[in-house]
Design a protein around this ligand. Structure first.
Ligand SMILES: *Cc1c(COP(=O)(O)O)cnc(C)c1O
Length: 267
């Protein structure tokens, strides 16, 4: 495909996406009725030696692919959790793909970092390094673990479970975790986007105890799957625990690039 054809096909693809998106509410069958294996007879048994025409590829989308699709963005889809896109997020996806960015270090993905800092500000999460179930139940579990000779070191609290949007009481759990040196992660994947709204901020009370916090922009913010930003209080701990550090990946602006060699640091 040369640039001239890309321009033509790109417009055709955009037209297809708009037709699909705008007809979503009329596709009443949100969940596919096909059986596993339905694709086999619709596809050739061998990898083709000649390329197919773009018209045939587009036609196959409706003939072959769409019958097996679950239409997550349909207004009639109420299962699991919402996962949507928007026209701006589609444009951003095109741009991201075109840059072929493999964002494994600061030098390759400074914009990602800036976007996350923006998301943190929107949620009023503390943004400097110092940022730093019910409590009775947690106390019981900890006592049980200790009696069995175990050392609890990690707690995943949830602000909004996927199935029922239930909240753990992080105001009670947080101080216990702090006392015991337990890493408190907050999973706000499902409901975390709601904290943008000032009226939901009180649900975040106790977030100052969290060591890490995660929310999924792809669920309620109409950003394409699978944008899942995670904030970590002391970044060095997690960076160092996941790091492999060949010299060609070192960069002066990476926190990991300053010679700190702690592998896993548990509080
Ligand atoms: C969706 C969801 C997850 C899974 O998130 P991924 O980033 O898609 O792996 C985890 N926790 C909760 C509460 C969720 O709603």
């Amino acid at each position: 495909m040369d640039p001239k054809e890309f321009c033509i096909r790109g417009k055709q693809m955009v037209d297809y996406i708009i037709d699909y998106t705008e007809s979503l509410d009329k596709r009443r069958k949100v969940f596919p009725e096909v059986k596993p294996g339905y694709l086999r007879p619709l596809l050739p048994n061998y990898a083709p030696e000649e390329a197919e025409s773009f018209e045939d590829v587009i036609a196959d989308l409706e003939r072959v692919i769409m019958p097996g699709m679950t239409h997550w963005s349909s207004p009639h889809f109420h299962a699991y959790f919402p996962s949507m896109f928007s026209y701006p997020s589609l444009l951003a996806e095109m741009m991201i793909t075109a840059t072929s960015s493999v964002g494994f270090s600061w030098a390759h993905s400074s914009v990602e970092r800036a976007a996350i800092i923006g998301a943190v500000r929107v949620r009023k999460l503390p943004s400097d390094e110092k940022f730093s179930m019910r409590g009775v139940e947690l106390e019981k579990v900890i006592a049980q673990d200790k009696a069995n000779g175990l050392v609890p070191f990690y707690l995943c609290a949830t602000l909004g479970t996927t199935s029922s949007c239930a909240f753990d009481n992080i105001l009670e759990l947080g101080p216990i975790c702090q006392r015991e040196g337990i890493w408190m992660h907050i999973d706000a994947a499902y409901a975390g986007s709601a904290f943008i709204c000032p009226e939901f901020r009180p649900l975040l009370n106790g977030v100052e105890f969290a060591d890490s916090f995660d929310f999924n922009a792809y669920k309620w913010m109409r950003v394409s799957f699978d944008c899942s930003p995670m904030w970590v209080k002391c970044r060095k701990d997690i960076i160092n625990s996941l790091k492999m550090e060949p010299p060609y990946l070192k960069h002066i602006h990476d926190e990991s690039g300053k010679g700190n060699k702690v592998l896993i640091h548990l509080k």
